[in-house]
Every structure is written in structure tokens, then in C-alpha cells.
Ligand binder design. Structure first.
Ligand code: 5GP
Ligand code: MN
Length: 346
């Protein structure tokens, strides 16, 4: 509570503020950042949103997008570093440890600014002066909404801010389908619609703006790159750099692909292995009972949420999937343990 008072005090007079989020921002990361930015601008602050990388074009509609600085863009990096150095307050949204900023981490870590961390991931690292954190929240956007209300500024939320926050809640709940879609999610979503969020426009802008290349890529991945391990109730995609090049893949084109594997009847664990310049990036998804974040943390230098997590590997794509298959077999008991217990009870 005392911390909330100190936070209120900090944002009560104009400051130089930087807002950042995790590498390869998704709708919750960018929506919470731009939602917060637009709110703080209204309060008279000087605000810059700096992302550690680019992000999908289906998020470019958010208000403030044109002023976002991409730290990975070599032409902007020096400018970004100067702005971070001068910042009095740094907001770190939708991530729990600074390593998720990748190349940008040392600049933020080295800054003396008052740091704010708003997040809903497990095991937050202690790097912030004020932390507004809950793993119960479906999205960071949900927490941003709550915090603005707690500060007493609900009336400052206009339709642009509401649009940004709605987008993050919509996507982090998988379109209001995942188990994290709580009563609170629906209540806050209703509030956001009341404040002007255009829900049907936002779902169209995010889900229905595919390029034909992306649709062809999804078709190719499902027909040629999907491996189903029926006995292990597991299915995964392995996508090579060559595959991505062939379909002129852009940032965001692989987003959601892993869900096709999880959508198969009888499949409880899904993974997507994507070969990148610096190694293999992995997305894990699971059904309610199975904690893939623990699996990701134990074997793939990762983490995240119980049913949606990620990790990485420095092995080749083939070696990584071989290792994955071996580990799934090996960890079968632990992974499915909860499930067996549930079945025994029934
Ligand atoms: P996605 O598969 O959509 O990239 O990520 C799913 C979830 O896992 C997100 O909440 C994301 O923050 C988390 N996540 C993804 N990659 C990593 C990682 O390398 N480390 C950790 N700790 N979390 C990750
Ligand atoms: Mn999130």
C-alpha cells in the first residue's frame, strides 16, 4: 500500500518516462505499453515507448505506434540509449526479468530511474521500485486497467487507451477461450467497452488481416511440418529458417500456429520450434492440468504461464526436437501426474 502511495506521488508531477516491454512484443505487451503511454501523456508526462525489437504489423493500428522506437533498429539505438539514460521513470511491462529485454537489458539495468514493473508472469525478479504483479491476472493490460483505477484516474481512459487494453486481454485469453478467462476478465472487458473500446473492430484488426503468404505458410506447416506423438498426447511443429524464407515470413506470421497443434482432439501438449538466427525459439502450450512452464524452465531455459510458456535452445532444430521427444517421454509421469490424479478422482 505504501508502495502504491509512492507510485502515485512519482506520477503526480511531470516526468521523463520510458516504457518498455519484452522482446518481440505481442498484443498484451504492446497494448499495455501504449495504453499506459497514452494515459501518462494525458497526465502531462514526456513519454517514450522503446521496444527491444520489432513487432507484428497487425498491432500497428494502436495509437502511438508511429512514435515507438525499436531498439534493434541500428539507426535509432543511440537515440534510444540517450532517452533511457535521461529517464526519471522506467515502466517494464509484461515481463518478469530484465533478460527478456535482450540487447536492451544493460541500458535499463544501468539506469538510476524509478522502475515500475507491471506483470502477470511467474517468479518476478526483484528489479523494480514499484511492482504491480499478479499471476491471477490473464493479461498485463488487465493490471494496467486496475492500476489506473486505483490511482483514481479511470476517467482519463479514453477510447484509444481502452482499445489498446482490450487488445491485450483479448489475445492473452486466446479470444476469451483459455482457462484464465475469469469473471474479472469479463468485468474489466465490459468496463473497457463502456469506455469506448471497439471490440469487433479490434478482433478484425488482429485476427482477420492475414496476408496470403501467411495463410499459405500455415497450410504448409500443417501439412508438412506437424509431428503427432499420439501415445504422448503431444504434437509439435518444427519450422526451419528455409521454411520461413520460402513463405516470406514476417514478424508475427508464426503467432498462433502452435494452437493448431493443441486444437487436435486428444492432444494435451503442443510445441512450436522455430529456427532463428541465434538458435531455436520454442513455444509450449498445454491443456489445463499440465504445467508446461515448469517443463520449459527445467529443460529449455524458459518459463511463462502454466498453459502457455516459451524457451530456447542452442542446439540445431533437429537436435532440439529429438531432445524434446526424449524429455517428453522421460517426464511423462510428472507432466501427466496431475491429469492421472484427476482421472483417478473421477
Ligand atoms: P509465446 O509462446 O507466445 O512466445 O510465449 C508464451 C508465454 O511464455 C508468454 O507469456 C511469454 O512471456 C513466455 N515466454 C516465452 N518465451 C520465454 C522465455 O524464453 N523465457 C521465459 N521465462 N518466458 C517465456
Ligand atoms: Mn501478457
Amino acid at each position: 500500500m505504501q508502495e502504491l502511495e509512492s507510485f502515485k506521488e512519482v506520477i503526480s508531477s511531470p516526468k521523463k518516462i520510458v516504457i518498455t516491454t519484452h522482446h518481440k512484443p505481442d498484443a498484451d505487451a504492446l497494448g499495455s505499453s501504449l495504453g499506459m503511454a497514452n494515459y501518462l501523456l494525458k497526465k502531462g508526462h514526456e513519454v517514450t515507448v522503446i521496444t527491444p525489437s520489432d513487432y507484428p504489423s497487425f498491432l500497428h493500428w494502436m495509437k502511438g505506434n508511429d512514435d515507438v522506437i525499436n531498439f534493434e533498429d541500428k539507426n535509432s539505438q543511440e537515440k534510444a540509449k540517450k532517452i533511457i539514460q535521461k529517464a526519471e521513470v522506467i515502466f517494464c511491462l509484461d515481463f518478469s526479468c530484465l533478460s527478456r529485454l535482450q540487447e536492451m537489458a544493460s541500458s535499463v539495468e544501468g539506469s538510476k530511474a524509478y522502475k515500475v514493473n507491471i506483470d502477470h508472469h511467474q517468479d518476478p525478479k526483484d528489479f523494480a521500485d514499484f511492482r504491480y504483479w499478479s499471476t491471477e491476472a490473464a493479461a498485463t493490460c488487465e493490471l494496467v486497467y486496475e492500476l489506473i483505477c486505483k490511482v483514481g484516474d479511470r476517467s482519463l481512459i479514453d477510447n484509444d487507451i481502452a482499445d489498446c487494453l482490450y487488445a491485450g486481454i483479448m489475445t492473452d485469453t486466446g479470444g476469451f477461450r483459455h482457462p484464465n478467462t475469469t469473471k474479472n476478465v469479463h468485468l474489466i472487458t465490459a468496463e473497457l467497452i463502456d469506455l469506448g473500446a471497439d471490440n469487433s473492430k479490434i478482433s478484425r484488426l488482429i485476427y482477420d488481416t492475414n496476408s496470403i503468404n501467411r495463410l499459405k505458410f500455415i497450410g504448409f506447416a500443417i501439412t508438412r511440418r506437424l509431428v503427432i506423438l499420439e501415445d504422448l498426447q503431444t504434437a509439435y511443429f518444427a519450422i526451419s529458417k528455409k521454411d520461413l524464407r520460402k513463405y516470406h515470413s514476417k514478424t508475427g506470421d508464426t503467432e498462433g500456429l502452435v494452437n493448431y497443434a493443441l486444437s487436435l482432439d486428444g492432444i494435451k501438449i503442443a510445441a512450436l520450434f522455430t529456427e532463428r538466427e541465434d538458435g531455436v525459439k520454442i513455444s509450449f502450450r498445454s491443456t489445463e492440468e499440465i504445467a508446461v512452464n515448469k517443463f520449459a524452465a527445467a529443460h529449455f531455459d524458459g518459463g511463462g504461464h502454466k498453459n502457455a510458456s516459451g524457451g530456447k535452445s542452442k542446439l540445431s532444430l533437429k537436435e532440439t526436437t529429438e531432445q524434446f521427444e526424449k524429455l517428453i517421454k522421460q517426464d511423462q509421469k510428472t507432466l501427466f501426474n496431475q491429469l492421472e490424479l484427476i482421472h483417478e478422482k473421477n
